[in-house]
Design a protein around this ligand. Structure first.
Ligand SMILES: Nc1nc2c(ncn2[C@@H]2O[C@H](COP(=O)(O)OP(=O)(O)OP(=O)(O)O)[C@@H](O)[C@H]2O)c(=O)[nH]1
Ligand SMILES: [Mg+2]
Length: 288
C-alpha cells in the first residue's frame, strides 16, 4: 500500500516547512518518506531534501510566463492544467515508489483550492493508482489575530473541503508564534500580542461567540451581525472544521499531528483482504 498526504493551504501557511519536518520525522522513525514538489514556482533550493518527484521537471512557472506571455497567476493555473493533462507523467514518476509515504507539497495559490478542480482531480487520480490519500489544510496561526481574517480562513478551508472526496484534517501552523502567556491566563483577549489558552482553544475549535461578539464583549449591530450569525451556524453545523495545533519547535506536537494523519489514512491497516476487483475501475466487460 502506498500513502499520500496532500499538504495544502494558502500562501505562506508553512506547507513546505511542514512537509520537510514531516519527512524528517518519518525517516527518524525508520519509515520511508518522499517529498513530491507540486509547486511549479518553487525556487531552486527551497527544500532541505531533493524532492523525489518534482513538477518543475515537467513544467516551470518561469517557462510558462516567458513562453506563453502569462502573468504569475494565470501561469500557475496553466501549469496545473498542464499537469492534469499529463497525469501519465506523474503516474510514471510515482511508479517507482512502492510501500512508501508520499508527502505532496502543493502550491499556495488559493484559487487552486477554492474554484479550480485541480485538487479533486489529482486526488481521484492518486486513488485510481491505488494510493491511499488524505489532505492536510494548513492555516497560519497569525489568522487568529483577527477574527474576521480567521473566519475567512475557515470558509476557504471549507470551500476547498467540500470539493474533495478524501479524508481531511485542518492544521493551525506556526503555533510557536502564539504560545500562551502564563501571566495573562484567564483573560479572554490577547495581551502584548500573546494569547491565553482559553483564547487559543476558542479558535482551534471555533467558538461561535467569537464572531458574534465584539472585542469588548458587546453584541455587534445590524446586518453584519445577522450575516455573522449565519456563518457561525454554518461552522457549528459542519463537523469537520476544527484545527490541530502544530508547533514545529515541539517534537511532541509534530508527533500528535503525524499520528492524526496516520489514523486518518489508516496507516498500517492494509493487511485486510483486498477487494476482488476494483469496483469502480473500468475492468468489467460492458454489460449489455
Ligand atoms: N515561526 C514559524 N515560522 C514558520 C513555520 N513554518 C514556516 N514558517 C515560516 O513561514 C514562511 C513560509 O513558510 P513556507 O514553508 O515556505 O510556506 P508555504 O506554505 O510552503 O509557502 P508557499 O509555498 O509560498 O505557499 C517561511 O519564512 C518560514 O520560515 C513555523 O512553524 N514557525
Ligand atoms: Mg511552499
Amino acid at each position: 500500500m502506498r500513502y499520500a498526504v496532500l499538504v495544502t493551504g494558502p500562501a505562506g501557511a508553512g506547507k513546505s516547512t511542514f512537509s520537510t519536518a514531516f519527512a524528517t520525522h518519518l525517516r527518524m522513525a525508520r519509515r520511508t518518506a518522499h517529498i513530491v514538489n507540486l509547486d511549479p514556482a518553487a525556487t531552486g533550493d527551497a527544500f532541505e531534501y531533493e524532492p523525489a518527484i518534482d513538477i518543475r521537471e515537467l513544467v516551470t512557472l518561469e517557462d510558462v510566463m516567458s513562453e506563453m506571455g502569462m502573468g504569475p497567476n494565470g501561469g500557475l493555473v496553466y501549469c496545473f492544467e498542464y499537469l492534469l493533462q499529463n497525469m501519465d507523467w506523474l503516474e510514471d514518476e510515482l511508479g517507482g515508489y512502492d510501500e512508501d509515504y508520499l508527502i505532496i507539497d502543493c502550491p499556495g495559490q488559493i484559487e487552486l483550492y477554492t474554484h479550480h478542480p485541480f485538487l479533486p482531480i489529482l486526488a481521484r487520480n492518486l486513488q485510481r493508482m491505488g494510493i491511499r490519500t488524505c489532505a492536510a489544510y494548513l492555516i497560519d496561526s497569525q489568522f487568529m489575530e483577527d477574527r474576521y481574517k480567521f473566519f475567512s480562513g475557515v470558509l476557504s478551508a471549507m470551500s476547498a473541503m467540500v470539493n474533495l472526496e478524501i479524508p481531511w484534517i485542518n492544521i493551525m501552523s506556526k503555533m510557536d508564534l502564539v504560545s500562551p502567556s502564563p501571566s495573562s491566563e484567564g483573560a479572554s483577549e490577547p495581551r502584548n500580542g500573546r494569547r491565553t489558552r482559553k483564547d487559543i482553544s476558542r479558535y482551534l475549535d471555533p467558538d461561535p461567540l467569537l464572531l458574534a461578539t465584539a472585542r469588548d464583549g458587546r453584541v455587534e449591530n445590524g446586518r453584519f451581525h445577522e450575516l455573522n450569525r449565519a456563518l457561525v451556524q454554518l461552522i457549528e453545523d459542519h463537523p469537520l472544521v476544527s484545527f490541530l495545533p502544530l508547533d514545529l519547535t515541539s517534537t511532541e506536537s509534530l508527533e500528535v499531528v503525524v499520528s492524526h494523519i496516520d489514523f486518518t489514512m489508516q496507516y498500517g491497516e492494509d493487511e485486510e483482504p483486498k477487494e476482488p476487483n476494483d469496483l469502480d475501475g473500468g475492468d468489467f466487460p460492458e454489460v449489455e
